[in-house]
Every structure is written in C-alpha cells, then in structure tokens.
Design a protein around this ligand. Structure first.
Ligand SMILES: Nc1ncnc2c1ncn2[C@@H]1O[C@H](COP(=O)(O)OP(=O)(O)O)[C@@H](O)[C@H]1O
Ligand SMILES: [Mg+2]
Length: 283
C-alpha cells in the first residue's frame, strides 16, 4: 500500500485551562488515515474537536500523546510544512488590500521569486474565479469571495495537501457551491484535501470519505452514502407513471411480502431550490 498522505495515530489532546481548575479532553485516541488524492471530511458538531485535529496535523499545537505523519515523515519537520496549505476557520484578511495584493503578500511570505509570483497570482485568481475582482479591495468582497481568496492564498506554494477548516461555514448556498466545485477541481489535479464542517449537507457531495467526530472521538467513518443508507430499504423514484400502474406496483410489492413505507412526490432540497430560483453571480 502507498504511504498515507496524512496518518494520525492514537492522538489525545488535553487542554489545561487557566489556573488548572478544569482539564478539557478535546481528542481521545484519534486515528485517521487519508490516502493521497482523497477528499476527507471531518464532520461533527461545534466543540467536537475538528479544529484541534486540524491544528495538530498542521503542527500548530502539540498533541498530549500520539503522533502524526505526513507522507511518512513526522509532521514537525520543516520540509513537511511546505507540503501543506491551510485555510483557517474565520480567516483574518487585511480588508484594505486588494485580492492581488493579498496573494502577493503571501507569495513573499512563502519565498516565491518575483517572476514566479506574477504568473502564480494570475493563475490562482483565475482558478478561484476572482480574476475580474483582482484589483478590488477585500472590504468590497462577499463572504464567498473572501473564502475563495483564502483558498488561493492557501494554494500559493503548490501544496500537496490542503487543509480547510469550515470552508463553507459562513457562505450562502451559491458561494458554498462555488467552493465545492473548486475543491473537486483541485482533487482532479491530485491535491489531497482534508476539510472540516459542522454542516453535513455542505460536504456530502464532495467528500470521498467522512469521519464523524463527537466529543473528541471518531464515532463512525466511511463513505457517506453507506453511513446514511438505511440498510433494508430501497428508494425508487419514478417519472411519468400512471396512478394505475403505481397501484399495481404496490400490490406486487405487498404480494412479495415486502412493505411500501411511503409513496410521495420527491422534493428538491432547500439548498437546490434556492440555487434554482436565485441567480447570485458574485464579482
Ligand atoms: N486553546 C484551547 N484551550 C482550551 N480549550 C480549548 C482550546 N481549543 C479548543 N478547546 C476546547 O476543545 C474542544 C474542541 O474544540 P475545537 O477543536 O475547536 O472544536 P470544533 O472545531 O469541532 O468546534 C472544545 O471543548 C473547546 O472548548
Ligand atoms: Mg472549529
């Protein structure tokens, strides 16, 4: 088997709060293995330990026990950090800078050469669909546009792994869809993506695999379709059938000793409905 992109082994994190009156166990014996090129979604309610997990993987905080390996190497090695791009939860942006200036600033921080910087910025702005907004100040950007410039910023040094903390958190459905599409296009280029979310609907379409975190423990893990499936039921969505035909079908089902649980018109999800009736073009 190839080396996992991210390998979290038996990680526990205990926070000692001020004056040590109380200890918070944020993670308990967490194990995660994310394959190269995979999109993995860490799902869980607020306070379940998602951000703590991501920060430990990034080497921003130390685990109390356990270890993290990135492509087989200890995550604390400096060279390993260059492999990872990160978009934090509620990322802070300098509102007075333009989109292009923001990326130039981060290109300098990550040591890109002058010539490289110019073409990289143009390429990234196009990738995240902000080419036309390049010279507008971030104070004029929508939340979706801010998240996209944040994504571009995280990608500036061509990381092999992208870590996104609540990437669609404060974004409206159209903006959230843009970000989902971007994530899928990055996967096609071979980037490994680890993202967190407390909203299942916003990640279910893009993730190859998800883990459900609750009070610092990984409760379930797998393909979302399998996790959500009701094992002994099958849903049949039929178009243009007459009521008579459907009645006949129901009789056959009953005769076969199976049971019709519901017969109803399918509904579009609120999110899809919203996308259909609104046309919110950013930029
Ligand atoms: N620096 C910290 N000091 C003390 N407790 C913390 C710290 N960071 C997180 N926690 C606690 O750890 C738990 C998990 O937090 P977090 O990882 O931020 O959850 P999530 O991202 O899933 O909302 C929470 O109970 C939170 O209050
Ligand atoms: Mg969080």
């Amino acid at each position: 088997m190839t080396e996992p992109a991210i390998h979290v082994s038996d990680v526990t994190k205990v926070f000692a709060t001020p004056f040590r009156r109380r200890r918070i166990v944020a993670l308990q014996h967490l194990n995660l293995e994310i394959a190269p090129g995979e999109i993995y979604g860490l799902l869980g309610p607020n306070g379940s330990g998602k951000s703590t997990t991501l920060k430990i993987i990034l080497g921003l905080i130390e685990p109390t026990s356990g270890s993290v390996r990135i492509f087989g190497r200890d995550h604390s090695a400096v060279a390993v950090r260059r492999d990872i791009g990160f978009l934090p939860e509620n990322a802070y942006f300098h509102k007075f800078l333009t989109g292009a200036e923001t990326l130039r600033f981060h290109a300098k921080l990550s040591g890109l050469s002058g010539r490289e910087t110019k073409s990289r910025i143009a390429e990234l702005l196009a990738t995240v669909g902000l080419a036309r907004a390049a010279d507008a100040r971030l104070s004029t950007y929508s939340k979706g546009m801010l998240q996209r410039i944040g994504l571009a910023q995280a990608l500036i040094h061509h990381p092999k792994i992208l870590v996104l903390d609540e990437p669609t958190g404060a974004v409206d459905p159209a903006g959230s869809r843009d970000i989902q599409n971007l994530i899928v296009s990055l996967k096609k280029r071979g980037t490994t993506i680890l993202l967190s979310s407390h909203l299942l609907t916003q990640v279910q379409e893009v993730c190859d695999r998800v883990g459900i975190l609750h009070r610092g423990k990984l409760l379930r893990e797998g393909h979302l379709e399998d996790l959500l499936a009701i094992e002994n039921q099958t849903e049949l969505i039929v178009e243009s059938a007459t009521p008579d035909f459907l009645d006949g079908l129901e009789q056959q089902i009953t005769a076969a000793k199976a049971r019709v649980v519901a017969r109803r018109k399918p509904q579009t999800s609120l999110e899809q409905f919203f996308l259909k009736v609104t046309d919110t073009g950013d930029e």
